[in-house]
Ligand binder design. Structure first.
Ligand code: MN
Length: 720
């Protein structure tokens, strides 16, 4: 504990000792009951070590150290995020939450395309400190990897090498990156790792002697010129040597830059670096093409230094790096050190917030590619707002899919395959069934439930966001429309034939205008979907023609068509006005005033039947539980379909008289009329729109009074 407190006091930008102590105690108490680490140590040793790593190697602020102490509490103890939020507030709770989520998303899947994982990780971390704590967590896990099974060692090492090391580089955390790489390499390719490290050790004395010899004249000159400086020569890390061997296909003996000499100047003046470069160049001949000035043009991650390669004693090539102390600290601690050196910063949270935003901006800049920085190229070619625009989700097998932000399970389904999209009926997200329009989040695992038949809902178009899903749904709707229009046209032609009627193109165009259809396709679709009734329209046309012949003007067709279209909207079933789709059974056509019940259908919501419907009593016999109470609302403004059969003695004009009689009574609209005469007996079925039962009964009374009419009955269905 004292060690952590001391490190914090010396290294952190903001330091609240009380906060660190509280986090320490909370974590200790939470983890005390947990199982020990694979190493046999109590579990708490892990978060404690992680906090030490943050304080020492990625030092930033006390919040990140406290979050490090608490980072496994949610995952591994009985305490949940709410407990942390209550005790430590949103800042720390959000970091712990981010670390937990990243662990869940990245570490539960086989890595197939590492660059996507790196992007996912960044998309999930709203606060840069989430990543810093995750680095520390991973570093400690890598250092204690030896205690795990070799299979686990390999998996975790691969993840570290492919995801965390490039990210650490991106953050400018050179030391962390090297350690990630060397530890991972050690477990992934043990024989090559050991070969290189044996070779480095064997030549150690020789190398150290050479470095001393190389450094000596430089040291003397710099002392004489009164520079304050440090000069060292260290071997490069093993993984980078291995990569050089592979890249140049040369044995280790022929790799000249196994080590680099580093001159670190204790000065604030960067021009001193160039002066020292001049001094080195006077002593040893430089190789011009290997000079790099990262001071004038820093690397993407903020790294600044002069690199030069010179010809040393015995004609050997030696790389020399020259930089200031501040630049050196940035090279090791990256973003964390930037903060420390940012000009004019006062100790305030607001400033820290600004700084975190600034880091995000840096990270989200597309990387400038240079040969040596291939590792950072994963950010190339992406927009600035990359991480706000995309989410990263998984298939049940753990494959990663990238979707635009706001994507839904339907977007995901079409992303997998158009067949999955068109057959999608439901979705599970992280094992739970969710509505198809739910928004997905990075890290979600999605399973699409499909049916054997296509099931595209045109409404999907309203909420999908991916271009792929939109295009497929549109295409599907167009294809369906084309099919429906063809069906509707066939129906229309058949009905015209049946009524022995022909329409010229002009007459059809006139009809479409009257019915307010933009084109024939829309009209045919309406017929196919039974939005309009072909027979009814034909009947109307017949009526119009005969009315014209009789010199009377008919009611405008418009009114009647509008009502025909609105008919299906109907009314609401009372009780609790449910979310269910309500429709009226065509077998009995209930109207307000009738006693009614609801019947819960498969997939068509609730159908309202008359209580007296014979069809209903048949269905109820086998599925009583699907019958529910229903009643009319106190008042309704809709119109309802009802059918009456009228019979009597035929006489000329009786049909016209019937229809006029209906239209004249409260402007009642007729949906369709059919009539036939057999042995001078006239029989007609008339489908009308009524307000309620009373309306219908009055009308029936009226019809009964027409000369020749002997019988008028309400019928169950609308079998016209
Ligand atoms: Mn951990």
């Amino acid at each position: 504990m004292t060690r952590l407190i001391d490190l914090c006091r010396n290294n952190l930008y903001t330091f609240d000792e009380n906060l660190i102590r509280r986090a320490f105690e909370f974590s200790w108490n939470a983890h005390v009951k947990g199982k020990p680490r694979a190493s046999g140590e109590p579990y708490f040793s892990h978060p404690y070590e992680v906090a030490l790593v943050v304080a020492k190697e990625i030092p930033l602020d006390d919040i990140s150290v406290a979050a490090a102490l608490l980072h496994d509490v949610v995952e591994d103890t009985a305490y949940d995020l709410r407990a942390i939020r209550a005790e430590f507030g949103d800042g720390i709770a959000d970091i712990v939450d981010g670390v937990t989520k990243i662990s869940g998303a990245v570490e539960s899947h086989e890595i197939t395309r590492a660059e996507n994982y790196r992007k996912m990780l960044l998309s999930m971390a709203k606060d840069v400190r989430v990543i810093l704590v995750k680095f520390a967590d991973r570093l400690h896990n890598m250092r204690t990897l030896g205690f795990l099974s070799s299979e686990k060692q390999k998996r975790i090492s691969k993840e570290t090498l492919e995801i965390y090391a490039p990210l650490a580089h991106r953050f400018g955390l050179a030391k962390v990156k090297w350690e990630f790489e060397d530890l991972a390499f050690k477990h992934l390719n043990t024989s090559d790792y050991e070969y290189i490290s044996r070779k480095l050790n064997a030549k150690r004395r020789e190398r150290e002697a050479y470095i001393r010899k190389f450094i000596q004249p430089i040291k003397e000159r710099l002392n004489a010129d009164e520079y304050r400086f440090e000069i060292t020569g260290r071997p490069k890390h093993i993984y980078s040597i291995y990569n050089k061997m592979v890249k140049r296909s040369k044995p280790i003996e022929e790799i000249y830059d196994l080590f680099a000499v580093r001159v670190i100047l204790d000065t604030a003046d960067k021009n001193d670096c160039f002066s020292v470069y001049g001094v080195v160049s006077e002593i040893y001949t430089p190789v011009p093409e290997r000079f790099k000035d990262y001071i004038s043009v820093p690397k993407q991650n903020g790294y600044q230094s002069i690199h030069t390669t010179v010809v040393g004693p015995e004609g050997k090539m030696v790389e020399v790096q020259i930089r200031t102390k501040q630049m050196d600290e940035v090279a090791d601690h990256g973003v964390a050190a930037h903060w420390k050196y940012k000009e004019g910063v006062k100790e305030s949270d607001r400033k820290l917030e600004e700084w975190i935003l600034w880091v995000r901006e840096i990270l989200e800049q597309p990387a400038v590619s240079s040969g040596e920085e291939a590792a950072t190229s994963f950010l190339e070619g992406f927009k600035l707002d990359l991480y706000q625009d995309e989410i990263y989700v998984f298939t049940p097998k753990g494959d990663l899919q990238i979707l635009p932000k706001g994507a839904t399970p339907v977007d995901f389904a079409f992303e997998i395959h158009s067949q999955v999209g068109t057959h999608c009926v439901g979705a599970k997200v992280n094992g739970r069934i969710v509505p198809l329009n739910s928004k997905l989040n990075s890290g979600d695992q999605i399973e699409i439930i499909t049916s054997s038949n296509p099931n595209v809902n045109p409404d999907w178009e309203k909420f999908v966001v991916s271009r792929k899903a939109k295009a497929h749904i549109r295409r599907w709707i167009n294809e369906e429309s084309r099919k429906k229009a063809a069906d509707g046209e066939e129906t229309w032609t058949k009905r015209l034939k049946k009524h022995k009627m022909t329409l010229t193109e002009e007459e059809l165009a006139k009809l479409l205008r009257e019915l307010k259809y933009d084109n024939a396709q829309k009209f045919y679709i309406a017929i196919s979907e039974e939005d309009v009734d072909a027979d009814q329209i034909i009947a109307r046309l017949t009526q119009q023609k005969s009315s014209h012949a009789a010199g009377e003007s008919s009611k405008p067709a418009r009114t009647f068509v509008e009502i025909a279209r609105n008919a299906s909207e109907g009314i609401i079933v009372d009780g609790s006005r449910t979310e269910w789709k309500i429709s009226y059974a065509k077998c009995c056509n209930p109207i307000p005033g009738d006693e009614i019940v609801g019947f819960v259908t498969m997939g068509e919501g609730i159908k309202v039947h008359r209580r007296s419907c014979p069809n209903l009593s048949r269905m109820a016999a086998s599925a009583k539980e699907r019958i529910i109470d229903a009643s009319w609302p106190g008042e309704s403004s809709g119109l309802f379909v009802a059918g009456v059969s009228v019979s009597g003695m035929d006489r000329p004009g009786i049909l016209t008289e019937l229809t006029h009689s209906i239209s004249n009574y409260q402007n009642t609209n007729i949906r369709s009329v059919s009539a036939e005469v057999r042995n001078a007996i006239f029989e007609s079925l008339i489908i009308i729109y009524v307000k309620d039962k009373e309306h219908l009964e009055r009308l029936i009374d009226k019809l009964k009074k027409i000369e020749g009419v002997t019988r008028v009955d309400r019928i169950q269905g609308q079998s016209v």
